[in-house]
Unconditional design. Structure first.
Length: 438
């Protein structure tokens, strides 16, 4: 069965067929007379046609009457209706079911409205699932997890626990500090520099203001570690440039970064290692990751742009199951194992491979041969390597087709614990620790 996936984030609503991304449509709506522009078409006109612009409809899904209504819409739910209609039209002929990934802040009212909209469009919606839980499930983490996500008008910090299942515990929103606020701050900074250098204000013309806002996201993502970068705009006086320093951008965002770090500090469990999953939408923020690295007991993990979609595809048999109505998942099976929360002692670190009542010492490095019929012997052309570093036992994978860990395909390097099972072709072995009696 082919499934459709919609991953809701108003910064860019992802639409996919199975694990293939089809489009990324931001939550913008612009109305001009008898025309309505949604997604990228709306975003590219929001400064040129500012009379009727709405980019709050996803984070404020409700049936409350808008202050400005027209023949198209009376409330935010109407805009969500139109956006879903547009997105569903891209994939409806290719799929037999739809799964929607939602922010953890979506309550029963929002989910109910969204389910009703899908019903009106005759969309075969099977389930809603928390997007942060999906990404945590698909990532190798510690048992304690914080997931940080950026939206247009907020930043969300979700606390998650992971064992055999990955479970959402709590979601905190930092309101009014989303991407829209950041871009607005950067636009003001850049505009001030144009005024200072060229006596030219990009905000005095709707088209140059639109150009300014359109260029900022890509310009920011290409900034990297450069200390200074130029920003150019076409004006009535020709093409003009200004230089913007990385330091100025960081200073411009400092209060927002501080708010995020304070929220993380009061959320982490003291004395235990925590994985902080960083959304791909946060990667381009200047100096942000460096600020996070000052946090104690935090391991930062960068997420893929497609991790939620890939996780849904891996779990589709459960998430797309028919019967029992539309389901909501705030917990899913963990697709990737957990790391240890603290460094183990030598007695806990596996020291031998047990095969048919024989124990083979691992030592510092152990290159495992593909032919293990006579035991796990060393090889010059290994399928994997076991290595001990800082009391951790690491497994490096060279030939994933030959090896399984705890009954699952070993697709990437991982840490191993006492009691874990390795299968090399058909031969099974167990990791054990040598017991020292003083």
């Amino acid at each position: 069965m082919d499934i459709g996936i919609i991953n809701i984030n108003d910064l860019g609503v992802q639409v996919a067929v199975n694990d293939q991304l089809i489009c990324n449509s931001p939550g913008y709506a612009v109305i001009d007379d008898d025309r309505i522009f949604l997604g990228d078409e709306g975003r590219s006109r929001c400064k040129i046609l500012p009379k009727w612009t709405n980019n709050h409809f996803w984070n404020e899904i409700n049936a409350n009457k808008l202050l400005q209504t027209n023949s198209f819409v009376r409330n935010n739910a109407d805009l969500v209706y139109l956006h879903i209609k547009q997105l569903w039209a891209l994939i409806e002929k290719e799929v037999q079911a739809l799964i929607i990934a939602v922010p953890g802040s979506f309550d029963e009212e929002k989910l109910g409205l969204l389910a009703g909209i899908c019903e009106e469009h005759q969309i075969p919606l099977r389930s809603f699932v928390d997007s942060s839980v999906l990404e945590a499930s698909f990532t190798e983490t510690h048992e304690n997890i914080l997931h940080l996500e950026l939206y247009l008008h907020s930043i969300a910090l979700t606390k998650i626990s992971k064992g055999r299942t990955t479970v959402r515990n709590d979601t905190k929103e930092i309101s009014d500090y989303g991407f829209s606020k950041l871009v607005g701050n950067w636009a003001n900074l850049i505009s001030d520099q144009f005024i200072h250098n060229h006596r030219y204000d990009p905000f005095h013309n709707a088209q140059t203001e639109q150009d300014l806002f359109d260029k900022i996201p890509e310009w920011m993502s290409s900034f990297g570690e450069e200390s200074i970068k130029t920003f150019g705009l076409k004006s009535s006086n020709g093409y003009q440039e200004v230089s913007i320093s990385r330091e100025a951008l960081i200073k411009n965002c400092a209060s927002i970064y501080q708010q995020i770090i304070e929220t993380i500090n009061v959320t982490i469990t003291s004395g235990e290692k925590t994985s902080l999953l960083l959304s791909s939408r946060l990667k381009g923020l200047p100096g942000f990751k460096s600020a996070l690295e000052l946090l104690k007991e935090i391991e930062i993990v960068d997420l893929s742009n497609l991790s939620a979609i890939t996780s849904i595809f891996e779990l589709k048999e459960e998430l797309a199951k028919e019967g029992g109505g539309i389901k909501y998942f705030d917990r899913v099976v963990s697709l990737k194992k957990t790391k240890r929360s603290s460094l183990p002692s030598h007695s806990q670190t596996p020291s031998h491979l047990l095969w048919k009542h024989r124990a083979f010492p691992i030592h510092t490095n152990f290159n495992i041969d593909a032919d293990s019929m006579n035991g796990p012997y060393q090889s010059e052309d290994p399928v994997a390597r076991l290595s001990i570093s800082e009391s951790n036992l690491n497994l490096e994978i060279f030939k994933p087709d030959f090896i399984q860990v705890n009954g699952l395909p070993a697709t990437e390097d991982c840490l191993l614990s006492t009691g874990d099972h390795l299968t090399i072709r058909a031969e099974q072995m167990v990791l054990i620790s040598e017991i020292n009696n003083g």
